[in-house]
Design a protein around this ligand. Structure first.
Ligand SMILES: [Zn+2]
Ligand SMILES: [Zn+2]
Length: 265
């Protein structure tokens, strides 16, 4: 049973990810315009009518910007918790209520052939969740906005064979950058974002042969570069004596452009 992943956009300016099987697909977040979502999917040979629903992680604009138009134009169901739906700003309120499917956390539900479980993460929105999704024995975890990896999120991250995980900022670039003090403090806080060293240290401490692909996600435009994030992870793994086997891949998701469709096998 084939499983396909494609990042349409990943970063502080907009997040949207596609996960598909042979028949259907789902989107995780809709933080870019509905037009870009349709065009990016089309450019990868994915028609909108295979999309069976949209999972939403939290109410920040970079995760919901295109949601309202996307849902109104395509009549798709939206899966998120009650607290997140209630916190979503007014411009999304024209979404018909019968499109909203409230989901619990830490309890499986089924959609388009996928088993999906939301889990809570620490972030500065009214509620924020990650997703752990299984299909045909393969497990992928999405954890894109979290200030630190708590015990609960750690369990879902460690259970993944494929991992989309935030590596938002380089600690030195943030410290020396132009952001005001309060914003730097917010980003670094336990309810902000994960820095390159935080993500790398966690992965190095928990790296096993079960983890096949790591996709570093949600990079900051001003406080990170793909090379810095990738180098930090490679260095941290090598300091721990971890050598990737030839089935393991580590890469960075592009901030603005859709990636290729990746078959997860
Ligand atoms: Zn975000
Ligand atoms: Zn956020």
């Amino acid at each position: 049973m084939d499983l396909f992943f494609c990042s349409l956009s990943s970063g502080s300016s907009g997040n949207c990810y596609y996960l598909g099987n042979e028949f259907h697909g789902i989107l995780i977040d809709a933080g870019i315009s509905a037009t870009s979502i349709r065009k990016f999917l089309q450019s990868r040979g994915i028609p909108m009518n295979v999309i069976m629903g949209v999972l939403i992680t939290h109410n920040h604009t970079d995760h919901i910007k295109g949601l309202e138009v996307l849902i109104r134009k395509n009549c798709l169901p939206v899966f998120t918790t009650r607290a997140i739906w209630k916190s979503i700003p007014g411009y999304c309120r024209t979404i018909p209520h019968d499109c909203i499917r409230e989901i619990p956390v830490k309890k499986k539900f089924h959609l388009a052939g996928f088993d999906i479980e939301a889990f809570p993460v620490c972030h500065d929105a009214p509620e924020t969740i990650g997703f752990h999704i299984s299909f045909g024995g393969k497990r992928i975890t999405f954890a894109t906005d979290l200030g630190h990896i708590c015990e609960t999120s750690a369990a879902y991250i460690k259970a993944a064979n494929y991992l989309v995980i935030e590596s938002n900022y380089d600690e030195e670039m943030l410290a020396n950058g132009m952001y005001p003090h309060f914003l730097k403090a917010r980003i670094r806080s336990d309810h902000g974002h994960l820095g390159n060293h935080q993500t790398s240290a966690f992965l190095a401490d928990n790296f096993t042969d079960n983890l096949k692909d790591v996709y570093l996600a949600h990079l900051s435009r001003n406080n990170n570069t793909p090379e810095t994030a990738l180098n930090t992870l490679h260095k941290t793994l090598s300091l721990k004596g971890i050598v990737l086997n030839d089935r393991q891949r580590i890469s960075v998701l592009d901030r603005n452009l859709p990636g290729e469709i990746i078959k997860l096998d």
